[in-house]
Design a protein around this ligand. Sequence first.
Ligand code: UDP
Ligand code: MG
Length: 321
Amino acid sequence: MNAKRVNYSVIVPMYNEEEVIEHTYRRLKAVMDTTDKPYELVFVNDGSKDRTVQIMKKIGGEDPNVRLIDFSRNFGHQIAISAGMDYARGDAIIVIDADLQDPPEVILQMIEKWKEGYEVVYGRRLKRKGETVFKKLTALAFYRLLKSMTSVDIPLDTGDFRLIDRKVCDVLRGLKEKNRFVRGLISWIGFRQTSVEYVREERFAGETKYPLKKMISFALDGITSFSYKPLKIASYLGFALSCGGFVYLLIVIFQRLFTQSTVEGWTTIVALNLLFNGIILILLGVIGEYIGRIYDESKNRPLYIVREVTGHAGDGESRLD
Ligand code: UDP
Ligand code: MG
């Protein structure tokens, strides 16, 4: 428990960021040095397949403020952030992407707000530079959809770039859910929250580590973690359709009893079959998404597995002890 205390911990999740990471480190160091307070840079390597780890190990060997948590494989961005929080020892914890899309200088503004007494300071993106129209549109739609579906007030257009107080970090660490949507969890926790605005830059180098597949699963995690609405919609839809089906049943019985036209209707049958089966499959899929997540939770596996922890700051100790 005698781990060295620092004022600020900056968590940087990294996945195949060899092209940017050294730059990121330099800029972060330059910014954090100006605070004149003890700080640590906690780099979490999320199973990179390139030279990210080698580069970071070298930097860590020279800079006592650097710590490196090396995962045994790729566990995902949100889990890397969560691991960083487990190891961070600062009174204020800052999460920032490795690709310099979030300008490190904004951290200083966040720290000012924290000193004013806010416990969560999130970065709100005014603009997103250098991202594809597709990404911007899907992000815009996603945050609005999420907002309309949840009762938790998750701020629009914010990413994981934010500062949280030690208190918030400790609560967050106590939330053991596996399919983590960190920014939503932070909103759910509450405390005094505020924002600073910034312009999201272009990626410094390399390419996005969020292909469509990851974006979809990220969006599904966000929605299913904070909303039952898809399940509700499923049951409303089911109810409406069975009402419709019942009316049609009456029509069919009427036709059978009072008219001669009962042999026709092949088209109707096929159409109804396709429609209903399609809807049933979609609804089963929605339910499956939730059941899959219940299954994940029930397995109770650790969130991540660390290969090794390196860095001088505090001699590898953490708040985990
Ligand atoms: N990242 C990660 N694990 C992953 C995917 C991404 O740790 O499986 C990190 C990545 O290195 C970066 C941050 O998460 O620091 C955000 O990723 P990226 O910049 O590619 O996402 P985008 O800005 O395009 O949404
Ligand atoms: Mg990025």
